[in-house]
Ligand binder design. Structure first.
Ligand code: H2U
Ligand code: ZN
Length: 369
């Protein structure tokens, strides 16, 4: 019997996380019956007097937003990380370990407009968002080891407000998932002398079947090992880029173009504002004397000099886009049962997901001609 990836169950390896994903494509054999039941677009006002992110409004913490007309950043009023916490006590026993952590959390408003999502913003405003991410990363990287830029979009992903906004959490430890990517990119680079994700991007461009959109500097693709049905990876394709602040002006414009086209396709797929968690990963910063114990998920031993030359050479900047929707605007994939207890699983192959996204138009379904 010959093996066909669209017919036969198999497992795929995620070289960034070092785990396997079960693919069960035979379950997709049943014809596509996903009703396209998109909810009617909400009639959102461009300014909402009750929104805590709109310009001039009062926030839950009591502070008032300035009358901003561009991007706007403030320290999260309910921050999960604090810049001045006491150190945690030394563990009394190896099975009851904790470690102190210092950090900060910020909220980023992408636009004063309450009614537009990231991909509906004009490309010039998206470029402002890219610049803001880069500035914030550079500033916080001077103090913290890891700067996590992300956006939770849509109430199914826990976003608390439709106003276009993202978050940054910065901390003096390397978080667990990032530490795995750090180890795997370093070991690939040590073995092959090239960044793992640059090699991967070039391989995918040669094959084409998982690429959704691309321009001269960037590609958005459904990774070979994707867990979520319409998961995307955004990758610089022209050169090695370690972090957001390293992007040249033309690369930032190209990124704005790529994000607009990729996220518009997600919205067009089920004619709904597509929920996701989306965030950036780049080389960690070096802070000699900072938290470097693996209790916090950090690296130790020869990798302790994070952001050293080896780390910078190995890391390729990238963004993960993790959307939960599966079959329509209201039918989402759940990570439950086997997936919580054993291994992630998907039905639709990444190639099938990429093909469906590729066929969609660049024009947003809500945009008037
Ligand atoms: P999410 O929509 O991804 O939850 O992000 C919104 C953040 O905004 C959330 O972390 C913060 C919440 O703590 N927030 C404020 O800092 N001030 C407020 O007035 C309300 C919400
Ligand atoms: Zn608002």
């Amino acid at each position: 019997m010959d093996f066909y990836p669209t017919d036969h169950p198999h497992r795929r390896f995620d070289p960034l996380q070092g785990h396997w994903v079960l693919v069960s494509p035979h379950r997709m054999k049943r014809p596509w019956q996903g009703q396209i039941e998109s909810p009617p677009p909400e009639d959102k006002p461009s300014y909402d007097p009750s929104c805590y992110l709109c310009p001039g409004n009062e926030r839950a913490g009591g502070a008032r937003n300035p009358p901003y007309d561009d991007v706007f950043v403030f320290t999260n009023d309910f921050a999960a990380l604090l810049p001045d916490a006491p150190p945690a006590p030394e563990p009394e026993t190896p099975l009851l370990r904790s470690a102190g952590v210092l950090g900060t959390c910020r909220v980023l408003c992408f636009s004063p407009r309450h009614d537009l999502t990231l991909c509906e913003l004009p490309q010039s405003q998206l470029r402002r968002v890219v610049d803001l991410w880069a500035e914030q990363t550079a500033e916080l990287g001077r103090r913290y080891t890891w700067v996590q830029v992300f956006e939770n979009k849509g109430s199914v992903m826990g976003a608390s407000n439709p106003h276009p906004h993202g978050q940054i959490w910065a901390l003096d430890a390397l978080p667990t998932l990032v530490a795995r990517e750090d180890r795997r990119q370093r070991s690939y680079h040590a073995e092959h002398g090239r960044p793992l994700l640059l090699d991967y991007a070039l391989e995918e461009l040669r094959r084409g079947e998982r690429v959704v959109v691309a321009n001269d500097d960037w590609a958005a693709l459904v990774p070979y090992w994707a867990t979520w049905p319409f998961e995307l990876l955004l990758l610089p394709i022209r050169r090695h880029v370690a972090r957001l602040p390293d992007l040249a002006p033309a690369e930032r414009d190209a990124l704005a173009d790529l994000m607009k086209r990729a996220f518009t396709r997600l919205d067009n797929l089920f004619r709904t504002s597509f929920a996701y968690s989306f965030g950036w990963h780049g080389a960690p910063y070096t802070h000699v004397g900072g938290a470097r114990d693996d209790a916090g998920g950090g690296v130790s031993g020869p990798d302790a000099e994070r952001g050293d030359a080896a780390g910078l050479a190995a890391w390729q900047l990238h963004a993960h886009v993790l959307p939960p929707l599966l079959r329509s605007a209201t039918v989402r994939k759940f990570m439950v049962g086997f997936e919580l207890l054993a291994e992630a699983q998907r039905d639709l192959t990444p190639e099938q997901a990429a093909e469906r996204l590729r066929e969609l138009p660049d024009r947003h379904y809500l945009e008037r001609p």
